[in-house]
Design a protein around this ligand. Structure first.
Ligand code: BGC
Length: 383
């Protein structure tokens, strides 16, 4: 009697368990699940900062904050279906505020990358910027768009829009500029970033995103084993302060030739002046696509996770930076130090210092024109 009761209760338990609604496994890693939104909930410059969560249909998940419109975490499945966080970042707002020099995950403007001698002339007027990288201006100045609070509007579970009004002469740039940056997770496991801007006075503009990727998972020691292809036959070589000389140079026969898939680390320590100036790769590749339509610019693959990332853009250039200035002092959201060359950036862009290089595609925006471009970071696995 006792045995049959025990069997009955066991059967009942199993039946009840199978009737429970199965909770879907999280698209986020345990470390990302642990990020406490309260650690982002602060008022900065009189505006409310928050952490937002976006989830796509096929296993991609994004955490993003309106402080600098920064990507805090981006999780995608690896070759075994396990969520992997492929971007560097912090688990709290204070680190983003106090450690701005890495630009982790940020929207960059008004002018991404460098402007030589921190000055330019537009329509006969000289403009002076703040020099924050030796004598040059980098990433829009000390309080560029990475360090301001954007207005946020969640449009759906997988889409969020950030807007920012950049007043005339902010960080030295002319014109009231209204900027919109929209992040959307696509059914193809892409993160689509759409940029739009209008101005009331002639200005210069170059908007990008500064995510640092490690496709083996953030906190992994290296990206030198990643295999990369860049759809680019030339670069804009630089001087010792990383300002383009103004010429366009073929990559053929140089460590900059990624036209065929090649491990990132294969030639990074080659005896090459351009590599020495930057301590590795930190250059602008001239993309072969000249159409302004979105096309494949880069493909990177981690042999460890099997994760592949394709970068699609209609911009004329892409900055490939191998985290040469990381030095283990940044401690990331899962408690691991970010070592030198443990991440790479692929920043779609106009060429650096274009405002001072009339031979480069123009970065001038006039009243009545709309600046617009789209970049897709698309993820898949190679088994
Ligand atoms: C630049 C690097 C710079 C880094 C800052 C990159 O976009 O090309 O030179 O050190 O940003 O984190």
């Amino acid at each position: 009697m006792k045995t049959s009761l025990t069997i009955l209760s066991l059967v009942l338990t199993v039946v009840m368990m199978s009737c429970q609604p199965q909770s879907k496994p999280s698209v986020f890693t345990p470390a990302v699940q642990k990020i406490n939104p309260e650690k982002f909930a602060q008022t900065v410059d009189g505006k409310q900062v928050k952490l937002y969560t976006l989830v796509g249909q096929n296993g991609i998940g994004l955490k993003v904050t309106n402080y600098g419109a920064r990507i805090v975490a981006l999780c995608v499945p690896d070759k075994n279906g396990k969520p992997t966080d492929v971007v560097l970042g912090y688990d709290n707002l204070n680190d983003y505020i106090n450690r701005p020099q890495t630009y982790f995950g940020a929207a960059i403007g008004r002018y991404a990358n460098r402007i030589g001698d921190a000055k330019f002339t537009l329509d006969g007027v000289n403009y002076n910027l703040v020099a924050n990288d030796g004598k040059n201006s980098l990433h829009g100045g000390p309080k560029g768009y990475f360090a301001v609070v954007w207005n946020a509007k969640k449009l759906s579970d997988s889409k969020i829009q950030f807007t920012y009004h950049s007043p005339d002469m902010e960080e030295g740039y002319p014109g009231d500029l209204d900027v919109t940056v929209t992040y959307e997770l696509t059914p193809q496991n892409g993160l689509k970033i759409d940029y739009k801007a209008t101005t009331d006075k002639e200005t210069v503009l170059n908007l990008t995103n500064h995510s640092y990727f490690n496709l083996s998972g953030e906190g992994s020691k290296t990206i030198l084993d990643h295999v990369m292809m860049l759809n680019a036959d030339s670069i804009t070589p630089v001087d010792s302060t990383l300002i383009p000389t103004g010429i366009i140079e073929s990559v053929t026969g140089t460590p900059f030739d990624f036209t065929k898939p090649t491990p990132i680390g294969e030639r990074i320590n080659a005896d090459n002046t351009q590599l020495k100036y930057a301590g590795g790769y930190d250059h602008n590749w001239v993309l072969n696509n000249k159409s302004n339509d979105v096309a494949l610019a880069a493909t990177v693959y981690s042999p460890v996770s099997g994760i592949q990332m394709d970068v699609l853009t209609g911009q004329p250039g892409i900055q490939f930076y191998t985290g040469n200035f990381l030095n283990g002092q940044e401690i990331g959201k899962s408690g691991k130090p970010y070592e030198r060359r443990s991440a790479f950036c692929l920043e779609v862009q106009h060429y650096p210092d274009s405002p001072n290089k009339p031979q480069f595609p123009t970065t001038t925006l006039k009243p009545g024109q709309t600046y617009q471009h789209e970049c897709i970071y698309r993820f898949s696995v190679m088994k």
